[in-house]
Design a protein around this ligand. Sequence first.
Ligand code: DGT
Ligand code: CA
Ligand code: CA
Length: 574
Amino acid sequence: MPIHNADIAAIFEEIANLLEIQGANLFRVRAYRNAARTVGDLGRDIKTLLEKGEDLTNLPGIGEDLAGKIKEIVDTGKCSMLDKLHKELPPAITELLKIPNLGPKRVKTLYHDLDIQTLEQLYRAARDGRIRELPGFGAKTEQNILQAVEIHAGATKRFKLAVAAQYASALVNYLKKVKGTDQVIVAGSFRRMRETVGDLDILVTAAPASPVMERFTAYDEVKDVLSSGATRSSVILKSGLQVDLRLVGRESFGAALQYFTGSKTHNIAIRRLGQERGLKINEYGVFKGDKRIAGETEESVYKTVGLPYIPPELREDRGEIEAARAGRLPHLIELHDLKGDLHLHTKATDGRNTIKDMALAARERGYEYIAITEHSRRLTVAHGLDPQRLLKQIDEIDRLNAELSGITVLKGIEVDILEDGGLDLPDSVLERLDLVIGAVHSKFDLPRARQTERILRAMDHPHFTMLAHPTGRLLEQREPYDVDMLRIIRKARKRGCYLELNAHPERLDLLDSHCQMAKEEGVLVSINSDAHNTLDLDNLRYGIGQARRGWLERQDVLNTRTLKELRPLLKRTM
Ligand code: DGT
Ligand code: CA
Ligand code: CA
């Protein structure tokens, strides 16, 4: 990736902004802003200067420290100082800075005075008229902010993976039936199993006379045809989902699949490796001069840059290329590694099927155990269980286990974590269960320190086994609550408990980055369906996708254990 002066300037500008929001020393802020200007306005290419061995400290406002950072950016494309700031501030702060009218000063005020950290919070505050009261704002600015957020939100409308999957599989089936089609595969963020996708990118290989391009634009779910050609077309489906289709030659299929799977940053890094070897890599193949040396398969493309095949879920330029080079790619978990599912609901609360229905559906899918984990009494909307009803369910499960073979039903609960970190049911009942999943279902807006403390206290409880949907976010609906996930993960390690990766398509919670964090800290993750009916068990595949994006292997996941291995792990020893 060629690093331009503008890229370096942008990084310094962002550092200055984030430092200012943090309330850092103004001289320091100014130093980065000045450096951004110096580099941005420089008539000569910084990278070339460095290659020539010129001393950057000769430039105005650039000392040893900044010169070192420039070198780091040119060499690696990244800046560890910026990465550090991103970790220290809420991740969405950078989004706020993208709203026109909002510079660092205003974002700082919004963050400190109104605790606004996300676009959604910004939108609500503007709508409720809380922003006009702030110094330096006013009604007009508030109105502008409201509009800007609306435009920004509209421009980034994305589809949940599970929703996109429905449109994708119908369309793929349709295209496969067209005469002459050979391979039909969805690439892009969909193949990387991102939790949401912006559009679908479909690749097709076909016999020369195949009418696939005409049939694509004639698909009856198509609302608008944005463009249509002999090898590429784009349409909008009635649902609003955009689909790009590309027809590629068989000899280029691997190269095209690699290119259109992305991510863009991964591709850029791979292309750069090619350049270092004098190769040109694009969607048609890998070329040495005019000669194509690879492209039929993805493996062949990676091989030309000295790498093994990298699974799509890892292709985000988050260390996978370095790991591949060092022969340290993880053996990612697969759906068939799961031996059971530890979070299910039934008719007793807000689910739709009986315990027996759920057990039989799980057995049919090859699982060895399930855990029934209803809501607790606090959650009245879900008809949560009080001690009496839970005890009754325990008896029912005992009877069912005596009757069923080939599947074991474990007794659990998804108990509310109260505001003070207490649990919503008494110990005398919790101790009768095989596992206790604690969940936050209220008071989402506690400040970070209090929310974290609340969860840590719940984990201290002797019967606590697992933290449900750890960030509480609902995709495209509710932002995560603000917690210190590293502290929670370290606590889980210390207390011998686990984190859930909730596979419900609206949740996919743990986030992929937290999966990596849990793995590094040695905390097992449990991939649970949170099924409310038998079909929901199939959502585990999205949980697997998310886990793979988080680099998890079979041994990192609790419910890859057999029942015999699992039982002692559910016993709290600390
Ligand atoms: P999305 O649709 O926003 O969820 O994300 P993607 O990753 O599917 O992105 P999309 O649909 O814009 O493009 C599909 C893939 O095509 C992308 O992952 C990588 C590749 N691609 C697109 N534009 C570029 C580009 O400018 N350079 C390179 N190297 N690859 C690109
Ligand atoms: Ca896409
Ligand atoms: Ca696309």
